[in-house]
Design a protein around this ligand. Structure first.
Ligand SMILES: Cc1cc2nc3c(=O)[nH]c(=O)nc-3n(C[C@H](O)[C@H](O)[C@H](O)COP(=O)(O)O)c2cc1C
Length: 356
């Protein structure tokens, strides 16, 4: 009998060669440096976690309109590219791999978190219910977004192509399209946020068009083997609603299956009636990274059963920079402090110690 695959075995996701199947999930930490460029603190944070088979960076904006949250990094200016280059070099020096998550927040944003000349744009002018933290005024209502004109959409898609090119120029091993959590790509997919009547709205084939064309633009830079996508079918986060997520994601994955992407990163659906993992297996042939609330036992099980090529962990990596070693040795995991998730500085960021 052949040996069962373990979480600690290497794996290939497209052109990405991982030394183990323990992926660090993308996590916004709101500690970007001046002008939203990564600084030495961010370099330390990622270097400390480089034993992950793959680090997926925090959501990183491709254009100033795409910024939603305060102190989040971008990948559009030379200073931002230079900052990310230091991060990528540090991770590589420590033997790791790193992919950048490209996150355009769409309607989820506040003008207080953006440059004065930036706008909040979305498929349709449908404001999200709820509030967002800003350094300037504390909690603020989400902006009323401006609906993108049809003639602007190619330019927005090109922002993702340029961001991909910039990420590779910074030395990233790959890029991941953030198509979950109610941000711009998911806003196009979903009936509640996409009221368009042109080629990008209405039928499911029109609603998936933005995501498909965005992936094509990202692939045009260095091929599909270094491009992944993250989804969470049926996620209501950020006031998102879709009438039929199963149909939407089945049609989306059928359309992107022939692209031969590096991986599909799937977050467990918070709606128990939606089996997002099963849907992904039925409609996608390439490697799957599964996420949300896995522990060592359930992750080993999913990998050894062949349900996933790799498992990503978010919160464990915050307080356990050496999570791979702790898993391997069966060591205790350090608890995470919720109060310092998004606060500036090293406390709750780079001061969680490694073992011994
Ligand atoms: C502080 C924090 C920030 C996060 N930021 C992002 C993000 O920028 N992009 C994203 O796709 N998911 C983000 N997530 C979700 C995580 O990637 C992951 O899906 C979630 O933590 C569940 O995985 P876990 O159970 O292993 O923690 C964030 C989660 C946390 C806790």
């Amino acid at each position: 009998m052949s040996k069962k695959v373990s979480l600690f075995d290497p794996v290939r996701l497209g052109d990405l060669k991982l030394s183990n199947r323990i992926v660090m999930a993308p996590m916004t930490r709101s500690r970007a440096g001046e002008d939203d460029a990564p600084n030495e603190l961010n370099v330390d944070y990622y270097r400390q976690r480089a034993s992950a088979g793959l680090i997926v960076t925090e959501g990183t904006y491709p254009s100033k309109n795409g910024k939603g949250y305060c102190r989040t990094p971008g990948i559009c200016t030379p200073a931002q590219v230079a900052g990310w280059r230091r991060v990528a070099e540090a991770v590589h020096m420590a033997g790791g791999r790193i992919a950048m998550q490209i996150m355009h927040c769409g309607r989820i944003g506040s003008r207080y978190n953006k440059e004065p000349d930036a706008e909040t744009v979305a498929p349709s002018a449908v404001r999200a219910a709820g509030q967002i933290y800003t350094d300037a005024v504390g909690m603020a209502d989400f902006d009323e977004p401006r609906a993108l004109r049809l003639d602007e959409i190619p330019g927005v898609i090109d922002e993702f192509r340029q961001a991909t090119a910039n990420a590779f120029a910074a030395g990233m091993d790959g890029v991941e399209l953030h198509c979950a959590s109610g941000y711009l790509p998911m806003e196009f997919l979903s009936t509640g946020t996409n009221r368009r009547t042109d080629a990008y709205g209405g039928s499911v084939h029109n609603r998936i068009r933005f995501v498909v064309e965005t992936l094509q633009a990202m692939i045009s830079v260095r091929g599909p083997g270094r491009v992944g996508i993250r989804i969470c079918p049926g996620n209501p986060f950020n006031d998102l609603h879709d009438d039929d997520p199963v149909e939407t994601y089945s049609v989306l994955l059928d359309a992107i299956r022939p692209m031969h992407l590096a991986y599909l990163h799937v977050i467990r659906s918070p709606r128990p009636e939606i089996d997002g993992f099963g849907l992904a297996r039925r409609h996608f042939d390439g490697p799957l990274i599964l996420n949300d609330s896995f522990d060592l036992v359930t992750a080993e099980q999913a990998v050894s059963d062949g349900q996933a090529a790799a498992i990503s962990f978010g919160r464990y990596f915050i307080s356990n920079p050496d999570l791979v070693r702790r898993f391997r040795e069966g060591a205790a995991l350090a608890p995470m402090n919720n109060r310092t998730l998004y606060t500036p500085g090293e406390v709750g960021y780079t001061d969680y110690p490694a073992l011994g």
